[in-house]
Design a protein around this ligand. Structure first.
Ligand SMILES: [Zn+2]
Length: 381
């Protein structure tokens, strides 16, 4: 093993954006549907295992369930069921060997581990990320006058982020409207009129004025803001989730909160440009790492690192529900980054000390500095 590989293998990563793992036994069809961002159709003869992520799970996750590498999908599912969800979670979460997780708790259509449960199973520390759309939708559901909406939402968001262990907020504006929005902060009268329409109609927050108001409220809260960009499920319109569409908004928010562009694929080069030119912009390539698998994770990291300043790239898994992904994301990051740094050292484009610094910065230090995580924080309960 090279010195860079050894350093990355031993690094307690900060997974700065992930979700909980399932706390229930999964039927084979449920597991298959969680393996993909797509919509599997049972009976179609097309298995979500026959994908880059599916073969990566069989190659890299099967051995942790005491199976041979590349075990058939049916054997994998049977073994997973026999071990039970708690043991499966414990094995994969501890194999991720992360020092800390920042957990988005705002999307839980099925029961998932809380940040404290995730931390316990992993032997790590967990922090919480507050999803602002969930806060806004709770305010709407509980009932509010249109003219009061902005103030009540802001107060609810302030209460949510004041809870212990909260280190950031997140928005899924990419899903709701996309980023081709008027970048300006909306006027109070506009917000009231939009709130009147939304409160009467109900449903998820998809009004462009209210999405803008949410993004500007995030700026007011003063915490780092995570933004889903690029790759996601079929609810997304990918071309509207290109982070380059945020350029005018990023100009207006210069000097305010750090903006973390999550996932980014296939726009990692656009995100890298934004991180290179805007002081408050950072990025990761989570989600894409395990969906592309170790075979291509290096290429994605390499594109992201073409121009991203080394203090601006972070690690995330964006694992959701399947603890396999907390492990696989970490494995893809460690292997992909180690391989590309080693080649640069071998070519004398980078000194070994510089390569080791880049590994430590991107794997851990950048996130610890941004979110103010100390190495000795107790696990939150
Ligand atoms: Zn996520």
């Amino acid at each position: 093993m090279s010195a860079v590989q050894e350093a990355l293998a031993a690094l307690p990563l900060v997974d700065h954006h992930c979700h909980g793992a399932v706390t229930a036994q999964l039927a084979p069809a449920e597991f298959a549907s969680l393996l993909t961002e797509g919509e599997p159709r049972p009976g179609s003869g097309i298995s979500p295992f026959d994908t880059p992520v599916g073969v990566a799970v069989r190659r890299h996750c099967a051995p942790l369930l005491d199976l041979p590498r590349h075990a058939p999908a049916a054997d994998y599912l049977a073994r997973r069921t026999a071990l039970g969800w708690a043991e499966v979670n414990r094995r994969f979460l501890s194999a991720a060997a992360a020092g800390a997780f920042c957990v988005d708790t705002g999307y839980a259509p099925r029961p998932l581990t809380s940040p404290a449960e995730l931390a316990r199973a992993a032997g790590a520390t967990a922090y919480e990320v507050v999803r602002l759309e969930t806060v806004a939708e709770t305010v709407a559901r509980e009932g509010v006058e249109p003219g009061e909406y902005a103030g009540v939402f802001r107060a609810a968001a302030e209460r949510a982020v004041r809870r212990p262990g909260v280190v950031a907020v997140k928005s899924v504006a990419a899903y709701r409207t996309g980023f081709a929005l008027d970048p300006a902060r909306p006027a109070d009268a506009e917000v009231t009129a939009a709130a009147r329409r939304w409160l009467a109609a109900g449903g998820p927050l998809t009004d462009p004025v209210l999405v803008r108001q949410l993004l500007w409220t995030a700026v007011d809260l003063g915490l780092p803001l995570q933004l889903h960009t690029g790759f996601g499920d079929a609810d997304l319109r990918l071309h509207r989730a290109d982070p380059a569409l945020l350029t005018d908004w990023l100009r207006l928010t210069r000097g305010t909160v750090p903006v973390l562009l999550l996932h980014c694929w296939p726009y990692q080069r656009n995100a890298a440009y934004l991180a290179a030119v805007f002081e408050h912009v950072y990025l990761d390539v989570g989600l894409a790492l395990h969906h592309a698998g170790p075979a291509r994770a290096r290429a994605i990291l390499e594109e992201a690192l073409e121009i991203t300043p080394f203090r601006k790239l972070l690690y995330s898994s964006d694992a959701y529900a399947l603890a396999e992904f907390h492990h696989l994301g970490a494995l893809c990051f460690r292997q992909g980054l180690a391989a590309l740094l080693k080649d640069r050292v071998d070519a004398d484009e980078l000194s070994l000390p510089d390569a080791l610094l880049i590994a430590a910065w991107t794997g851990q230090d950048n996130a610890r500095r941004l979110y103010g995580l100390s190495a000795s924080d107790p696990t939150n309960d």
